[in-house]
Design a protein around this ligand. Structure first.
Ligand SMILES: Cc1cc2nc3c(=O)[nH]c(=O)nc-3n(C[C@H](O)[C@H](O)[C@H](O)COP(=O)(O)OP(=O)(O)OC[C@H]3O[C@@H](n4cnc5c(N)ncnc54)[C@H](O)[C@@H]3O)c2cc1C
Length: 380
């Protein structure tokens, strides 16, 4: 693959960086706000509208649905610059990266007409209702049920770890429409407005910030058939296809590299760079961030060339986790007790690196997939 950016993509990055320097100059600091906090969300809502005004919220979407018709690389440059600065779009990256594209691909004309424009204008938040208390890695074990009745479906069940649900307008919800024995073949996707009667959102304090996680209780939630995305019982396929690239959808190495720069400045000031051991640790962490970047680029290259997703995504995601963890560990090592101060860069990075190995496909599972599909090792 060609590792250099095209002239158009490089120019886009320059314009974007100028814009972000202006927009985020005034006191923007993600670790101060805290993910999911009211102040973060408020900032995010205003910020994405200004992005949308420039056509930079959904530049990669088809023009007929409010996008800019740009390619995979421009979409990625956008994500990279956002993550470098702590992802000021907040939860909106989900709408933009995969919720909207799933509706474009599988939605009815009515769903596209009503649900896509508010996303392109940056007016709505979506959350992802997949995990359940007994269905995380083994998502096919999910028990939330959607039972047909004459007017549509009645949904009952519980979701957990639903990031941003307390702020969201809609949930991209997985529910069982077939029997438990159907496993993956009995699951459907519902585009659920969260103000539907019977939906209750309860906050959970969590290690990534006390404002980010929720449980979602669904009791006798009635939705019309028009809320279902795609064919009944075909939800697994929809999720598999639309999330194929999401393992690398959050360029976490970019944020880790930024934290590493901050740590280096801190160490320089504290006179710690004289220690060759510390310099070596910095070198290792930087190398892991760079390796993750290049491995992710290989995946974006496949996407840009419209190839079928390959196991390279598992390598890229595992490398991102390693990079985040290396920077988190380094922060604890060099900052010592100061890294334990809540919301300090060390504290924030340590929490981020914990979440990185779990969300969007856990680290261990990526290793399993690499061993089987790339190294071709026997299963047990
Ligand atoms: C920051 C963050 C945000 C999240 N946001 C959302 C969200 O918005 N919506 C949502 O639906 N969910 C969300 N989740 C939940 C996440 O998807 C689940 O935590 C994840 O799927 C793991 O499921 P689990 O917690 O049930 O752990 P388990 O599946 O019980 O796994 C526990 C541990 O066992 C390991 N393990 C499990 N199976 C295997 C195996 N076969 N081989 C080797 N190791 C294995 C795992 O790697 C993990 O380390 C979020 C999680 C985090 C950390």
């Amino acid at each position: 693959m060609e590792f250099a950016f095209s002239t158009a993509d490089a120019a886009f990055r320059n314009d974007l960086v100028d814009f972000l320097d202006r927009e985020l100059a005034d006191g923007w600091n993600r670790s101060e706000f805290g993910l999911g906090s009211a102040v973060f969300t408020e900032f995010s809502r205003g910020f994405v509208r200004r992005l949308a005004d420039r056509g930079w919220l959904t530049p990669h979407w088809p023009e007929e649905y409010g996008g800019g018709g740009q390619g995979a690389w421009q979409h990625f440059v956008l994500g990279e610059e956002m993550w470098k600065r702590g992802e000021p779009r907040g939860p909106q990256y989900m709408n933009v990266n995969w919720v909207g594209p799933a509706i474009v691909k599988y939605g009815t004309e009515e769903q596209k007409k009503t649900l896509l424009p508010p996303i392109t204008r940056g007016e709505v938040f979506w959350c992802q209702g997949f995990s359940e208390p007994e269905a995380g890695t083994d998502l096919a074990a999910l028990k939330t049920r959607a039972v047909r009745d004459k007017d549509g479906y009645v949904i009952d069940g519980q979701k957990i770890w639903t990031s941003y649900a307390h702020e969201a307008d809609y949930c991209f919800l997985l529910a069982r429409t077939g029997s438990a024995a159907d496993g993956r073949d009995g699951i459907s996707v519902f585009l659920l407005p969260l103000d539907t009667p019977g939906v209750e959102v309860r906050r959970i304090d969590g290690f990534v910030g006390n404002d980010s996680f929720n449980e979602l209780f669904l009791t006798g939630v009635r939705v019309p058939e028009e809320c279902r995305l795609g064919a009944e019982n075909k939800g697994w396929d929809i999720v598999r296809r639309t999330l194929a690239y999401e393992r690398v959808g959050a360029p976490r190495y970019a944020r880790a590299a930024l934290v590493l720069d901050g740590l280096a400045a801190w160490c320089r000031e504290a006179g710690l760079f004289a220690d060759p051991g510390i310099r070596e640790q910095f070198g290792d962490a930087r190398a892991l961030c760079e390796a993750a970047r290049v491995l992710v680029y290989r995946v974006i290259d496949e996407r840009a060339k419209a190839k079928e997703p390959s196991p390279k995504a598992y390598q890229a995601r595992a490398a991102m986790v390693q990079a985040e963890r290396a920077v988190g560990d380094l922060a604890l090592d060099v900052m010592g007790a100061e890294a334990l101060v809540e919301k300090s860069p060390g504290d924030a990075q340590f929490r981020n690196s914990l979440g990185a190995g779990i969300a969007a496909g856990s680290y261990e599972v990526q290793l399993n997939l690499i061993s089987r599909l790339i190294l071709q090792l026997p299963k047990e």
